[in-house]
Design a protein around this ligand. Structure first.
Ligand code: GLU
Ligand code: ZN
Length: 280
């Protein structure tokens, strides 16, 4: 049996901060404990926000933390053909439609009096389905997943969580996915793919058997497992770890440059200090 393969998959849209360090150290620790491997994947599909300088800094910071990974590193921006092929397969299944809505259109539709308070899904407010039966054929439009049709094919979505926060098997029923997740975007108008599609296709392509990432992506996992079912890909196990928060209890974000690892490095912190700071 092949050993455990997990990964750290940062987006090079900002410097690594303590939250990323915790995620990376967790992934490499899990791999080491099982005699497995941790891969690095650069999630740079958002070409407007991704910067080569951040990518270089990320690799430098990870090396400094004492982490290493097999080369070559997968860069998602080189994976467009695989993402397109998966999208074509979903289109052939009849579980997609084109959506021409702007953010403003969606906001307006959600604020219509009969809509009530919008439910918030993994990608923000659940899409109200405006374009679901519109039959748009504009090739530059975004492509959404028709969640009702998709779950009619897959039934209940199941995955195993190995992290301490939500241990055990999990299941997401079609009704829940349709109501609380909704018709998520598979291919953005600007980049032709999406986080959900790319992460699902590329984790499978890399033979990942354990996805290690923050608890903020727990609900997104239901989308990824659903896409695995539709695309006949294996389902890995999942380990969603706690999030590192600042003193005010707010989750660290890329823009919190004050927490950049490079700043702690410049102030003379050691990798052991960083481990202590994130509670490892
Ligand atoms: N690229 C994503 C991020 O930096 C993480 C994706 C994942 O681990 O699934 O937030
Ligand atoms: Zn639309």
């Amino acid at each position: 049996m092949a050993g455990l393969i997990t990964r750290f998959a940062p987006s090079p849209t900002g410097p690594l901060h303590l939250g990323h360090a915790f995620s990376a150290l967790t992934a490499w620790d899990l791999a080491r404990a099982e005699g497995g491997q941790c891969l690095l994947r650069i999630e740079d599909i958002d070409t407007a926000r991704s910067k080569p300088a951040f990518e270089a800094q990320i690799q430098d910071d990870l090396h400094w933390l004492g982490l290493s990974w097999p080369e070559p590193v997968m860069r998602q921006s080189t994976r467009r053909a695989a993402h397109d092929a998966a999208l074509a397969r979903l289109q052939a299944l009849g579980v997609t439609y084109r959506c021409t809505c702007t953010r403003g259109d969606i906001r307006a539709a959600l604020s219509a009096p009969q809509e009530g308070a919008p439910l918030i899904g993994p990608d923000g407010p659940v899409y109200p389905g405006t374009c679901r039966h519109a039959g748009h054929d504009d090739p530059t439009a975004a492509i959404r997943l028709d969640m009702a049709r998709a779950t009619a094919l897959t039934g209940t979505i199941r995955f195993t969580e190995t992290g301490p926060l939500h241990p055990g098997p999990h299941q997401f029923a079609p009704d829940f996915l349709t109501t609380h997740v909704g018709d998520i975007v598979l291919a953005r108008r600007d980049i032709g793919t999406s986080y959900h599609l790319a992460v699902t296709v590329d984790d499978a392509a890399q033979g990942v058997t354990l996805v290690t990432r923050g608890a903020d992506l727990f609900e997104a996992t239901a989308i990824h497992v659903l896409l695995q079912r539709l695309l006949a890909l294996p389902t890995p196990a999942y380990h969603h770890h706690r999030l590192i928060r600042d003193e005010a209890g707010k989750r660290l974000a890329k823009r919190d440059e004050s927490r950049a690892l490079s700043l702690y490095r410049a102030e003379g912190a050691t990798p052991a200090d960083i481990r202590r700071m994130v509670g490892l």
